[in-house]
Write a protein that binds this ligand. Structure first.
Ligand code: ADP
Ligand code: MG
Length: 628
């Protein structure tokens, strides 16, 4: 028969399995049993919607049997089975989960061991312990049965075979022992039983084995006899239905690794059981890092939805709000009907109720993490904080109140991230606003001239370094009745009455000069004026209107044609020597006055991190001034 070759990627994974030095080879059984269980799920699911498929729930099972002499281990299920083309496609090409594991392995060879242990590596793991793997399968949709055989490296073959019942039988020829490795343990029934209990206890279908029992012969004191009984090895209680106190952290983590394809432990496990208007169990996980596609369109949020232990939806997106889309896990409720359609499910009041409860639960969990384990929360926030921020300004800020206490920002006075609540608790008696400043980094913001005056008054400033931060602030508008004020916009109203009076006079006096400066700048700014805002710096820009200088930068960096410009005024430090110099030049030397104006404006833009349109001209002007 003609041998077919594995697809290139599959071949690499297969090689990795065949030559595996991994000590925990026993997990191959977990993989094959989980495939069997998936196949039964599929068949069961199908029977709910397809009247032609008739099954009895009680008949569904997985059978494991051993033939020690011939070194054979068999795993058989009565699930959906595979047709010849499915055998070809499913076993000749690695599944997505496998390919993910494989990629990571390529990136870092040393991690191989970890990956095999923690990921579901799938069907090919059978080759860690077998010389030859045979799969006999009959699909629910096919009259004929087929046999797939492979010894690994040299490809596989598919032929028709005899099989009466629908389902799949996996026949492993267990490797011979050698000096380094022993494989015979996988032919011992006690060993196989213990592996099943360890990894597959919660599988919801019975995993059955013929178990030999030895006991004293009736009436005898030293003669033994044995009889064989078919026993169900697993408890069949899903992890999420077990009592919390009976579950070890390890078990939670192991389940998470396998089911959600993450090699790192989750940051937080949320396991709840609710009785009431609607009853359900939920097992939720907050990952410790964002999946590689998390902030892309490919990422799909959702929880597995079960009813009475049977999965009815792989990814039920209605169970999670967008801002908690990072949560992985499942919900199991007996109150939902088994053969309900997706559309009807979405409108199901019970499902909506569960979703609401789950949202509350996640929020509470995050709030207590923030309070009780700040370090952990900051790790969470580094991974998913951006999503919470999106949540605040999405949908016209509809959910802002729910999320405003979960976001963190840098601050001018604190060496760590701070919440709005904490900021407000530190506010000075004479302070009624929440000040903030925007920039790329804390260090850059700290040097902004506009920050000076607020710091001088001893008011704390929030330092916003994410490009979305300002949208968050705009959506919130105020917090706890306190208005947010950008230190770079408008009048901060920090001056005393006398200072205000004096400044007003100064500005009156130089009114004409400022008008001509504005003309020189070809109306680039809406005004030029003196300010008390600056202490040591000579000049700055302040924006009024809805678009701040930082937003001008952010929006213009986006890949659209629409460019925006902040409405800004150029403000000059009235007490800086440059003020006197300008006044003098305005009277005596119009040309220099104009050049100084241009250079000052360019400086103000550069300080803000904005670009200047005429860098050559400006730098020539600066050189002229330097060489005078
Ligand atoms: P995964 O389970 O992550 O999809 P595997 O490598 O374990 O990857 O299995 C590959 C595919 O082979 C499965 O997705 C399934 O379609 C098919 N398969 C494996 N075992 C069985 C089985 N016992 N019954 C039916 N299909 C199976
Ligand atoms: Mg699998």
């Amino acid at each position: 028969m003609k041998k077919k070759q594995f697809k290139a990627e599959s071949k690499k994974l297969l090689d990795m399995m065949i030559h595996s030095i991994y000590s925990n080879k026993e997990i191959f059984l977990r993989e094959l049993i989980s495939n069997a269980s998936d196949a039964i799920d599929k068949l069961y699911y199908r029977s709910l919607t397809d009247k032609k498929v008739k099954i009895e729930r009680e008949d569904l099972k997985i059978e494991v049997s051993l033939d020690k002499e011939n070194r054979i281990l068999i795993i058989e299920d009565n699930g959906c089975g595979m047709s010849d083309s499915e055998l070809e496609n499913n076993l000749g090409t690695i599944a997505e989960s496998g390919s993910l594991a494989f990629k990571t392995q390529e990136e870092n060879k040393k991690e191989e061991v970890d990956i095999i242990g923690q990921f579901g590596v799938g069907f090919y793991s059978a080759f860690m312990v077998s010389d030859e793997v045979t799969v006999e399968s009959k699909s629910i949709d096919s009259e004929k049965a087929y046999r797939w055989v492979s010894t690994g490296a040299d490809g596989y073959s598919i032929e028709e075979c005899e099989k009466d019942s629908v389902g799949t039988k996996i026949i492993l020829k267990i490797k011979e022992d050698n000096e380094e490795e022993s494989y015979s343990e996988f032919l011992e029934d006690y060993r196989i039983q213990s592996i099943i209990r360890k990894y597959s206890d919660y599988i919801r279908y019975p995993i059955q084995m013929e178990v030999e029992h030895r006991h004293l012969k009736e009436g005898s004191k030293d003669e033994y006899e044995s009889h064989v009984e078919t026993e169900t090895i697993n408890s069949m209680i899903p992890l999420w239905k077990k009592n919390k106190s009976e579950i070890k952290e390890e078990e939670y983590n192991q389940f998470y690794h396998e089911k959600y394809m993450d090699y790192e432990d989750p940051l937080q496990v949320i396991h709840t059981s609710v009785e009431g208007q609607v009853s359900y169990n939920a097992l939720l996980y907050i990952p410790s890092h964002a999946p590689y596609d998390y902030y892309s369109k490919e990422y799909e949020k959702g929880l597995n939805l079960y009813t009475s232990g049977v999965m009815i939806m792989e990814k039920c997106s209605d169970l999670l709000p967008d801002y908690f889309s990072f949560v992985k896990g499942l919900v199991d409720s007996n109150d939902l009907s088994l053969n309900i359609s997706r559309e009807m499910l979405q409108q199901d009041r019970r499902l909506q109720l569960i979703a609401k409860n789950i949202e509350k639960k996640i929020k509470n969990e995050l709030e207590s993490m923030l309070e009780e384990d700040r370090e952990k929360y900051e790790k969470f926030f580094a991974a998913f904080g951006m999503q919470l921020k999106f949540g605040i300004y999405n949908n016209f800020g509809m959910d802002k109140e729910k999320l405003q206490d979960l976001v963190l920002f840098h601050s001018s006075t604190e060496n760590k991230l701070t919440t709005f609540k904490e900021y407000v608790s530190r506010m000075k008696e004479n302070q009624d606003k929440i000040y903030y400043a925007c920039g790329e980094t804390i260090a850059k913001i700290d040097l902004l001239p506009q920050v000076e005056q607020v710091k001088e008054k001893d008011f704390e400033i929030l330092y916003l370094t994410d490009y979305v931060d300002e949208f968050v602030i705009q959506a919130l508008m105020n917090y706890d009745g306190k208005q947010f004020v950008n230190v770079s916009t408008g009048d901060l109203n920090l001056d005393t009455e006398e200072e205000k009076e004096e400044l007003k006079k100064e500005n009156e006096k130089s009114k004409e000069m400022f008008e001509s400066m504005q003309k020189v700048l070809e109306q680039e700014v809406e005004a030029v004026r003196f300010t008390n805002r600056l202490k040591n710096h000579p000049v700055c820009l302040t924006a009024s209107g809805n678009i701040s200088l930082e937003m001008e930068k952010v929006i213009n960096a986006m890949p659209t044609d629409e460019k925006v410009k902040a409405k800004a005024a150029m403000e000059i430090n009235a007490h800086h020597p440059i003020a006197e110099k300008l006044k003098k030049l305005y009277k005596k030397d119009k040309e220099s006055f104009e050049n100084y104006t241009r250079v000052l404006y360019a400086q103000a833009r550069l300080i803000e991190g904005l670009t200047i349109e005429n860098p050559t001209e400006i730098s020539n002007l600066v050189c002229d001034i330097l060489s005078k």
